[in-house]
Design a protein around this ligand. Sequence first.
Ligand code: ATP
Ligand code: ZN
Length: 226
Amino acid sequence: VPAVRDRLRIAIQKSGRLGEPARALLASCGLAWRESRDRLFCYGETLPIDLLLVRDDDIPGLIADGTCDLGIVGRNVLLEQAGERARTGAAATYREWRALGFGGCRLAIAVPDEWRWDAAGDLAGKRIATSYPALLSQWLAAQGIDAEVVTLSGSVEIAPRLGKADAICDLVSSGATLAANHLKATETLLQSEAVLAGPIAPFGDVRAELAALLLRRLDAVLGLKD
Ligand code: ATP
Ligand code: ZN
């Protein structure tokens, strides 16, 4: 039985690309906080809505295990972890509630500059390095391509030069990192941006009203942006 709580807790990235814009967006919804000494927790002063500052990769799990109620995270991270959970037979517990309009990037296949690229089928039999094995495996299966997925936690873009892979599947925004590594983007697997993630099941206590209030303010703010 989930514990009854009277405050809403939102996980956001502590630093990195999404931390500051996430806080700014929530502040524009009228939230303000008092920070804890260790800067990991921010206590909501205008509304009973608190922040937990964490690594982005931890956010889906914190929602899944109920430590946090909502989170702001890249769609890429949310879908990768959802895909991994599905693969292991775990039930889906969270989903995207809103797209937030910042942190835009795409998950793409990139190959060495000198490759003559015709079609996705060119990847058959190749080794593809990625930090997104679930999303890449799903995409390869959907395309009917048999390729080897090489899972790396970082520095994916140097894997071809190190001889660890033939191609990569990584996040791209400007393409400058790819160009610096003599790679070119080909197929796009996913268009990503920061999203508000929340549980699939409704809250059974006052958090339902707090979440509804936050969504109303968020929609008003997001509506003003475009
Ligand atoms: P953490 O220390 O929290 O684990 P990180 O290094 O994994 O941080 P960041 O590099 O801050 O993560 O990226 C966070 C998110 O920003 C990505 O998951 C993605 O959704 C988004 N993003 C936007 N543009 C890019 C890009 N060019 N490269 C990587 N991520 C990007
Ligand atoms: Zn991370």
